[in-house]
Design a protein around this ligand. Sequence first.
Ligand code: PBG
Length: 334
Amino acid sequence: MTFNPILAPYPAGRPRRLRQSPWIRDLVAENRLHVSDLIWPIFVHDQDKARDAIGSLQGVDRLSIAEAVKEAREAKALGINVIALFPHLNEKIRTSDAKAAIDPDGLIVQTCRAIKAAVPDIGLLVDIALDPYTDHGHDGLLDDDGRIANDATVEMLVQQSLTLTAGGADILAPSDMMDGRIGAIRNALEAAGHQDTMIMSYAAKYASAFYGPYRDAIGVKALKGDKKTYQMDSANTEEALREVAIDISEGADMVMVKPGLPYLDIVQRVSETFKVPTFVYQVSGEYAMIKAAVEKGYMDHDRGVMETLLAFKRAGASGILTYFAKHVAELLKA
Ligand code: PBG
């Protein structure tokens, strides 16, 4: 009903009634952030130092395996269910054939084993892609002409998946955007008796300027060219829906949209259309942007962070990968 000043000298509805105090706002809140919505990405390195600060990701360090175990224990105590692991490897280990990605004693395999032994009930999500292992920083192998070799890459991703699964990873998260990788990985898992291994595919992953600090974090120096022949064009929506449909049909259990805030519309479309658990990655550049604004005094840190995370929930996300996870878990506990 609209307010008619002639019929009634007062508004027919007063939405502000339900905003007058914290308790009533809380009672009528349509969306809530819970600690179990959070997945915490951490970086592990193969250096002697326990921790090494990442310049572009204020407050985020690369960790030794022992330190990662400590963080996993703390995360679990705070109620975080899943940790996502990313490696930073010594430059000498990176090669054009990315063979370190399938090393049965590789850094991430060792990290999985150590965390599983110490904190058995935390979920371990691992990135399936070759960029931390290639000397050129691309997610796939290159052919003689410098182009991404899709099918040869998929074969490596399959081996990487089996290697990490054997090491104790619970959720494989292919972030490479090669065609056909989900089906190939799923078939290989089934054939090897790993029918319970979960796949969260980075199904709608866009070629984005917001990945800069991440590349710094994993030590990719000068990426030759860009990732636009495999990651999606930010102009497209329908293509994201096709990508998600393909990955689900090939055996993905959960899907992800990435980056987060600039692609909220995609999160909403995907979650509404497919009704499968839909995750969103608040990527490194989004994190860095908030930190920079806070540093300048333009924004309150915790309010800004919470507002972005609630936006993901509003858009229909089942969960959020965010570098703020541990801090937010502490805030939610307080
Ligand atoms: C690549 C990968 C990327 C991220 C996760 N996995 C970057 C890229 O595609 O270049 C980005 C994460 C972030 O920016 O926080 N395998």
